[in-house]
Design a protein around this ligand. Structure first.
Ligand code: SAM
Length: 253
């Protein structure tokens, strides 16, 4: 998998390339990162990438031409490696919300070109001509798209086969199909008692079926409390068992 990031701040991507699970996966050659700075595709002495908005108003707007040239360079780099043109994904608060399904679809493909906006936004003509998808990290406004792009890369790379150790399996994570799209259950480690609070007895029982039932029930309880929408989705898709429904009935959910 290869991610190409169009950004005015390429240094921000050292974290995802060098550290933790994604850093290890990068060192193993499971994915590659290429950064393209729009300033390298300008033709004036100031390397200008932004200008005032037509119609007036505050802030500056990123110009279309340097972004378009950076995307062309990224796609040419991919073609040079024998890769098909990648989706061009703009980080934008007005886009579709990033979720685990989107991360899974990215992990199943050959990557993407991620566009990180800055300032008030991006000339719409670049978006109309080059962008295939607009993705938001949530209902808040960041100063730039880099943190959103880092989140997109991290969530997709950790799903690549071999990226996680067995003990870190993504199969146990919130939203995963194997968890019926529910939230993960609480976790505990040593000591058995911390600040007067004991680890739940079920986890100490050594009885695998009881432990699995406890975890499933905790997932159901948490999801019912915090994300009833996910519970409804699981129900509508037929992912809940009769035992799940009996437990939920005891919660009134
Ligand atoms: C200051 S924001 C511009 C916000 C824009 N004026 C608006 O209100 O929709 C600058 C850049 O940060 C990125 N950004 C901000 N919030 C984001 C979010 N929630 N998700 C993804 N990207 C975001 C986008 O790339 C955006 O172009």
């Amino acid at each position: 998998m290869r991610f190409d990031v169009v950004t005015l701040f390429p240094d921000m991507f050292g974290t995802v390339r060098d550290l933790g699970v994604t850093g290890r996966a990068h060192a193993q050659g499971l994915w590659a990162l290429h950064a393209w700075n729009p300033r390298d595709y300008t033709h004036d002495v100031h390397r200008t990438v932004d200008d005032r908005p037509y119609g007036g108003g505050p802030g500056m707007v990123m110009m279309a031409a340097p972004l378009e040239a950076a995307v062309d360079a990224a796609q040419a780099g991919r073609a040079g490696q024998g890769l098909a043109p990648a989706p061009v994904v703009l980080m934008s608060p007005t886009g579709r919300r990033y979720d685990q399904q989107y991360a899974q679809s990215l992990a199943a493909g050959s990557g993407a070109v991620l566009i990180c906006g800055r300032y008030e936004g991006i000339d719409q003509r670049f978006i109309d001509r080059c962008v295939t998808d607009e993705i938001s990290l949530g209902d808040f406004v960041l100063s730039g798209g880099e943190i959103a792009a880092l989140a997109i890369i991290d969530a997709a790379v950790r799903l690549l086969p071999g990226a996680l150790n067995d003990g870190e399996s993504a199969l146990q994570d919130s939203f995963h199909d194997t968890l019926s799209g529910l939230l993960d259950s609480p976790h505990y480690t040593r000591p058995e008692v911390h600040a007067g609070q004991a680890v739940p007895a079920e986890l100490l029982s050594g009885h695998h079926a009881n432990i699995a039932r406890w975890r499933r029930q905790q997932s159901l309880r948490l999801t019912a409390e915090r994300r009833p929408d996910l519970l409804e989705r699981a129900r509508a898709n037929g992912w809940l068992t009769p035992a799940d429904e009996r437990y939920l009935a005891t919660l009134g959910a």
